[in-house]
Write a new protein. Structure first.
Length: 364
């Protein structure tokens, strides 16, 4: 694959190789090998079911879009009851809103999760890049080094950035590379219009540390304006030693690999493309991939945020900062608009699991 990419980007990329969106305080790092996709949630008392009519916003939700997302991704589920309901879904044609709502209500029962948590959001960024460095595009997108094992758990961001890269896959603006490392994957566009996917390869096994709170505490950002958009703007305006010092507060470093751009959304930990607005990253020690949830997120703390996120979403991804039973990171799609929105999402979250309703097939 790498050889084909060199042909796409041009021979200069190979020569340079010889010379490399989650809210920043809560963003999951690119998924490391995920727990077993069919690992069951922890044992505990079964929550009392509730009626679908009790869900705030259920009647107004886009059930047709949610059904299409579920139908496309439910094959990752492994539990027998979930497999059966996926079979039923995939036997259906494209459903309108009323039919999709009826399908969910006939095939699932609701199990509210206890307590409240946090919803954040992420996206697939698209950035410009260069095949050779210049004053603006000065940060190398580094390939996983041959001595990765020796660096793992020892070399932090500052130490790695102080070395000459073994292989520079591309060159980016420093603050945009920093955000790419938080998001874990994205698309790079070169000056000649060539596009490639840049994907997570490895990290240095040091803890992720957000920079939003330190920037707020140092008076660099207002308390209600620590969004990804605000952080990126500050870093760009202070590019150089000042911005480098802030970014190095996050000691975790990510290496990448390149693939041809197939135009699809990125794969989550479940191994399928993430459907925008209806895929979430969850703690896979608490949940299974393929499980379906109703998320109800309100009370945003960041300025400019949408007030409410209420929708069905499938658990298809995970991340290093996604910990706990009531914790989710919503995938919002790709591009700058998705990035701006994702950077403003930090809402109080309630989650309801849609558990399979075992019984005869209710559809003809």
């Amino acid at each position: 694959m790498r050889l084909r990419l060199v042909g796409v980007i041009g021979g200069a990329l190979l020569l340079s190789a010889c010379a490399t969106a989650r809210a920043p305080d809560e963003a999951p790092t690119p998924p490391t090998p995920a727990p077993s996709p069919d690992a069951p949630p922890a044992d505990g008392p079964a929550p009392a079911p509730i009626a679908f009519s009790a869900l705030t916003g259920w009647a107004q939700a886009d059930h047709a879009e949610a059904f299409a997302a579920y139908q496309a991704t439910c094959g990752v589920a492994k539990a027998p009851a979930e497999v059966e309901i996926c079979r039923r879904a995939r036997a259906q044609p494209r459903l309108d809103d009323d039919a999709a709502r009826a399908f969910f209500e006939a095939n699932f029962r609701l199990e509210p999760l206890p307590g409240q948590g946090i919803l954040t959001a992420y996206y697939a960024p698209e950035y410009t890049a260069r095949i050779a460095p210049d004053a603006e595009y000065s940060a190398p997108v580094r390939a996983k080094p041959a001595n990765h094992a020796a660096l793992s758990g020892r070399a932090d961001r500052a130490a790695i950035e102080a070395t000459t890269p073994d292989q520079a896959l591309a060159w980016m603006r420093p603050e945009e590379l920093f955000f790419l490392q938080i998001q874990g994957s994205g698309v790079l566009t070169f000056a000649d219009g060539a596009r490639v996917k840049v994907l997570f390869a490895a990290h240095n096994d040091l803890p992720f540390s957000g920079i939003a709170n330190p920037m707020r505490d140092r008076g660099l950002l207002a308390a209600d304006n620590t969004s990804g958009e605000a952080i990126r703007a500050w870093l760009a305006a202070h590019r150089g030693p000042a911005a480098d010092a802030i970014m190095r507060l996050n000691r975790r470093y990510v290496w990448f690999r390149l693939e041809a751009d197939d135009g699809l959304h990125p794969l989550g930990a479940a191994g399928v493309p993430l459907p925008p607005d209806h895929a979430i990253a969850v703690d896979l020690s608490q949940h299974r991939v393929g499980e379906l949830f109703w998320i109800d997120a309100t009370a945003p703390i960041l300025s400019g945020a949408f007030p409410v996120y209420r929708r069905l979403a499938v658990a298809l991804d995970t991340g290093g900062a996604i910990k706990g039973e009531v914790r989710a990171d919503l995938y919002l799609g790709s591009g700058p608009e998705a990035g701006v929105e994702a950077g403003r999402v930090r809402h109080t979250l309630k989650m309801v699991r849609l558990a399979p309703r075992v019984g005869p097939d209710p559809t003809p």
